[in-house]
Design a binder for this molecule. Structure first.
Ligand SMILES: NC(=O)c1ccc[n+]([C@@H]2O[C@H](COP(=O)([O-])OP(=O)(O)OC[C@H]3O[C@@H](n4cnc5c(N)ncnc54)[C@H](OP(=O)(O)O)[C@@H]3O)[C@@H](O)[C@H]2O)c1
Length: 270
């Protein structure tokens, strides 16, 4: 890798929307064939059709729920059954949730940790040893700018993304001398369904955002350079530096303004 994308296979999780769909498009444009996965089969089928028409991409669709502990293994078993060698794994699937402690749905938090951390870890260890043996390949794990600081009202989400950053950087250090790279991508606000799903739909209208197309374009360039992590956008990068200089107390307290839930009308009457 990494300039040799053409005719190799990439596996993209969370390919049914947002950043994952754009990764599929960007990699197909570089001549890669794709294994596409997410829960929504129809979106994957429409995408596969588009990529085949535009680039002649071969796509294998394996729909499934990464919240199920057995799915990552089934996914990789199916690619092996089809004699596909995964040259690039893009662990992109994930979601967030923002709320107060009292209103947090505990079961949903656990589901989120399963998808954001456990499934990602499982898939990484399912493909990395073979890449090291072949002495080629790459894993791109989608973390977030929130990996650099605790975020009030999103404690488990920001911690899950910090896990991805640390996990990926440690693997990068171990794998790099063996011609395999692991990169954590840490996007800032990106215009996708993410905020709607996290329960803060209005967020995007009020903040500057990158398009998923931009995020993927610069991410693939960073992957070419074998960066261990990458933060798209200079403003986002400066924010990550600022959070390292300020005291931890200042950083976490200042995060309270981001996702503080609005008071519901009835709250005042209680
Ligand atoms: N948007 C941002 O501002 C932002 C910033 C930093 C990091 N990120 C990260 O970027 C990644 C992609 O998010 P996005 O912004 O593109 O949001 P998105 O449009 O909501 O995409 C999320 C993707 O994850 C998949 N997914 C969610 N739960 C899943 C599950 N249980 N099993 C399998 N797939 C699942 C979804 O597919 P199905 O619903 O079809 O299963 C969808 O394809 C996430 O890891 C997110 O944390 C986003």
């Amino acid at each position: 890798m990494l300039k040799q994308y053409a005719d190799h296979w990439a596996l993209v999780t969370g390919a049914s929307s947002g950043i994952g769909t754009e990764f599929a498009r960007g990699l197909a444009a570089r001549g890669m064939h794709l294994v596409l996965t997410a829960r929504r089969r129809e979106e994957l089928e429409v995408l596969a059709e588009e990529l085949h028409t535009r680039h002649g991409t071969r796509c294998l669709i394996i729909p499934g729920d990464l919240n199920l502990p057995e799915f990552p293994e089934q996914l990789i078993a199916e690619t092996r059954r089809q004699k596909i060698t995964i040259e690039l794994l893009v662990n992109n699937a994930g979601f967030g949730m923002a709320d107060t402690i009292e209103n947090t749905d505990r079961k949903r938090v656990l589901d989120m940790l399963q998808v954001n951390m456990v499934a990602l870890t499982n898939l990484t260890y399912l493909v990395l040893p073979e890449m090291l043996e072949r002495r080629s390949g790459a894993v791109l794990n989608v973390s977030s700018i929130s990996a650099f600081q605790p975020v009030a009202y999103m404690p488990a989400y920001s911690a899950s993304k910090a896990y991805i950053l640390h996990f990926s950087e440690a693997l990068w250090a171990e794998a790099r001398s063996r011609k395999v790279t692991v990169m954590a991508l840490c996007p800032g606000v990106t215009s996708t369904n993410f905020f709607e799903i996290a329960g803060v739909g209005g967020w995007l209208k009020k903040h500057r955002s990158h398009t998923p197309e931009y995020v993927v374009r610069v991410a693939l360039k960073a992957l070419d350079k074998r960066r261990q992590y990458y933060v798209p956008g200079i403003r986002n990068y400066i924010l990550t530096l600022a959070s390292r200089i300020a005291t931890r107390r200042t950083v976490v307290q200042s995060s309270m303004k981001y996702f503080r839930p609005r008071k519901k009308k009835n709250d005042d009457k209680k």
